[in-house]
Design a protein around this ligand. Structure first.
Ligand SMILES: [Fe+2]
Length: 401
């Protein structure tokens, strides 16, 4: 019993979940990345979730492992902590070695930064990456980014991996100024699952189970003032989750006010919140009374709502709606599809060819990339980026290969 306890203690020790390269992309929870593991499709698809965000505005980000002939394929790399590697090695015992690692996005920093370290953990694997990889502020060659060139292949131009069971579909490329946005979705036939990175997400009312490992971000944002201590309850978690979804979707939702510095400090530093978890009572947010109705538009009521994330629509595709619709049209032809498995939010959402048709119809009818109400801040940001010529007016203009 004592032995078991001490073993458990070792496992929850920070080195088991630590990620030393976090300063490359200094996002919450920084050097400590707890991983939540689930089997999404029995014997076919597994999910490894970690949290990622800024100032407790954190949403799940996912690495996916799928079964391929003779072994496993990893999609959307994440920080390879000891905890994550141990779970993958358990899968390897049952299903064979990691044969392939795929970075299916040209812009997804969180996955790009994790690839070199993950690749080193599986030295016999072949790497496949989305074309047009770029880095900022300097556009560095692959080797300089730590991606081993000798075993790296470019999707499409060097062929495609596991074509017997995977169909690869490109969204983009489009020019987003600093580089390109492109992601290559994978339809994995045995599990009838469409695997995407950022293009689509499924969001539900319930907070993701990942937060059971640490609900602090939910509780932090469920409050009205900094002087309120963090209090854990199902309601507080749900309320915090809705606010996190609003933040992550619109960056600055219209129902959110930023109080004056005087008000922020007036509510801070009281004895009940004098701890780092509560940020010592510093809470620079004030939600208007009707904030919840905005959240409802993003969450599914009876089933999770599949959508293009507003931040992607307004900042990546504002002038490229046709490109997004063309990708949906390609997906529509996958008649046997059952599931969407995205790198954010919910792991597995029911998603059929009919759902694609409905989503496409909805997008065709509604205004695309608006700039009013909740979209106001995103619209303002896009205009600034255009004014400073950071992003091009024509996203289909030439980009470097
Ligand atoms: Fe992402």
């Amino acid at each position: 019993m004592d032995y078991k306890k001490s073993k458990e203690k070792i496992k929850t020790h920070s080195t088991y979940q630590s990620w030393n390269w976090w300063p490359l992309l200094p996002l919450y929870p920084y050097g400590l990345r707890k991983t939540f593991f689930t089997e999404l499709v029995p014997n076919q698809v597994w999910s490894f979730e970690q949290l990622q965000g800024i100032y407790y505005v954190a949403v799940p980000v996912r690495l996916t492992v799928v079964k391929v002939s003779g072994g496993l394929m990893i999609l959307n790399p994440l920080p390879p902590t000891k905890e994550l590697l141990e779970k993958i090695s358990q899968l390897q015992k049952d299903h064979g070695p990691v044969k392939t690692i795929v970075l299916p996005t040209a812009s997804g920093l969180e996955h790009k930064i994790s690839l070199p370290a993950l690749a080193r953990c599986f030295p016999k694997s072949k790497l496949w990456i989305c074309p047009g990889q770029w880095s900022f502020p300097f556009d560095l060659p692959l080797d300089w980014l730590g991606i081993p060139k000798k075993r790296t292949n470019i999707l499409f131009s060097d062929g495609l991996p596991h074509k017997d069971i995977c169909e690869w579909i490109s969204l983009g490329p489009i020019n987003i100024g600093l580089g390109r946005f492109q992601e290559i979705s994978c339809y994995h036939k045995p599990s009838k699952s469409l695997l995407v990175t950022d293009a689509l997400v499924g969001i539900s009312e319930e907070p993701p189970a990942l937060f059971d490992l640490d609900p602090t971000p939910l509780l932090f944002h469920s409050r009205e003032k900094g002087s309120e201590p963090l209090f854990d309850s199902i309601e507080a978690r749900k309320k915090g989750w809705k606010r996190l979804v609003l933040f992550a979707s619109y960056l600055r939702p219209s129902q959110l006010d930023i109080p004056s510095v005087f008000d922020v400090f007036r509510n801070a530093f009281n004895t009940e919140v004098l701890n780092p978890k509560s940020h010592f009572g510093i809470y620079p947010f004030s939600w208007r009374k009707d904030w919840e109705s905005s959240a409802k538009e993003l969450l599914g009521t009876y089933r999770p709502l599949v959508q293009i994330a507003p931040v992607i629509e307004r900042l990546v595709f504002p002038r490229a709606k046709e490109v997004f619709l063309a990708w949906l049209e390609e997906l529509r032809s996958i008649k046997e599809m059952n599931w969407l498995i995205s790198a954010h939010y919910l792991g597995k959402v029911s998603f059929t060819s009919n759902d694609v048709q409905n989503l496409k119809g909805k997008i065709e009818k509604r205004e695309w990339a608006p700039s009013e109400q909740n979209w106001k801040f995103l619209g303002w940001l896009d205009k600034k980026l255009l004014d400073f010529k950071v992003v091009p007016l024509n996203p289909m203009s030439k980009f470097k290969d």
